[in-house]
Design a protein around this ligand. Structure first.
Ligand code: KIV
Length: 284
């Protein structure tokens, strides 16, 4: 099947009869293969990398080099899904030149589009990246790179003015040329209103059922990460429990001498073993 592209995603509005878009994060080759084999439309190499893979408490520690390293690992698997590289905090805030260079670094690493957080404040940078022929995905609502400004991880656009601002920002991003917009942690009716108004698809996470697509973090949906369970996550597996049990069984087999067994060991031909004075060792 043909590789998915940003223009192809741009045309996928549910109201025009398309199936909802499916996006999932991935940060390395095995997770990218799982996502692509499962048939997702987009793989987001998200800066959630910082929290679910690199062990930080937030996404603000993630650098453009971290993102390029992990984007390259995902892209090496040559997925059919569109690979979207997330621009980390401070990679698109300083100047147009730095922004374009950083977006280019993710494309050279294998991304076919980039995502950045924020609305009208970021339009200049969106335009600069688009001028370099790189498709841009927007991200509004609870934008985790703004947690200090927001005062924590909080649902956004709950008040009248905030909901109108979010809708205006979404329009501005799409008018500037973004091919899709992520809506994170906003009331479902606000996401529905924005989705109905926009010509480009919305991708929800904690934004209800009426978006044109959904995104979840790989480790959340598989239950690899079980420390926090946001309300909007549905777990489709308990991989941490399964993996911990498997490693514990391995540890127990090593300690009791049950691993490795004869079928997991290499053997010497009897005549060579005998020549070494190890008669019997080969078949032991
Ligand atoms: O970094 C990320 O994983 C994201 C998604 C949650 C949208 O931005």
């Amino acid at each position: 099947m043909a590789k998915l592209t940003a223009p192809a995603i741009r045309s996928r509005k549910v109201r025009e009869g398309h199936d909802p878009l499916v996006m999932v994060t991935a940060y390395d080759a095995p997770s990218a293969r799982i996502a692509d084999d499962a048939g997702v439309d987009m793989i987001l190499v998200g800066d959630s990398l910082g929290m679910v893979v690199l062990g930080y408490d937030d996404t603000l520690q993630v650098t453009i080099d971290d993102m390029a390293h992990h984007t390259a690992a995902v892209a090496r698997t040559r997925p059919r899904a569109l690979v979207v590289g997330d621009l980390p905090w401070m990679s698109y805030h300083v100047s147009r030149e730095e922004t374009v260079r950083n977006a280019g670094q993710l494309v050279r690493a294998g991304a076919s589009a980039v995502k950045l957080e924020g609305g009208s404040k970021r339009l200049e940078m969106v335009r600069a990246i688009l001028d370099a022929e790189i498709p841009v995905m927007g991200h509004l609502g609870l934008t985790p790179q703004s947690i200090h400004a927001f005062g924590g991880f909080k649902v956004q656009a709950k008040g009248l003015d905030a909901a109108r601002r979010l809708a205006d920002d979404a329009h501005a991003l799409v008018e500037e040329g973004c091919f899709a917009v992520v809506l994170e942690c906003v009331p479902d009716v606000v996401a529905r209103m924005v989705t109905e108004e926009l010509d480009a698809p919305t991708i929800g996470i904690g934004a209800g059922a009426h978006c044109d697509g959904q995104v979840l973090v790989f480790h959340d949906l598989l239950g690899i990460e079980d420390r926090v369970l946001p309300k909007f996550v549905r777990r489709y597996g308990s991989m941490k429990a399964a993996q911990t049990a498997a490693v514990a069984e391995y540890a127990s087999d090593v300690r009791s001498g049950r691993f490795p067994g004869p079928s997991e060991s290499y053997h010497l031909a009897d005549d060579v073993a005998a020549g070494l004075g190890l008669y019997g060792a080969a078949s032991a």
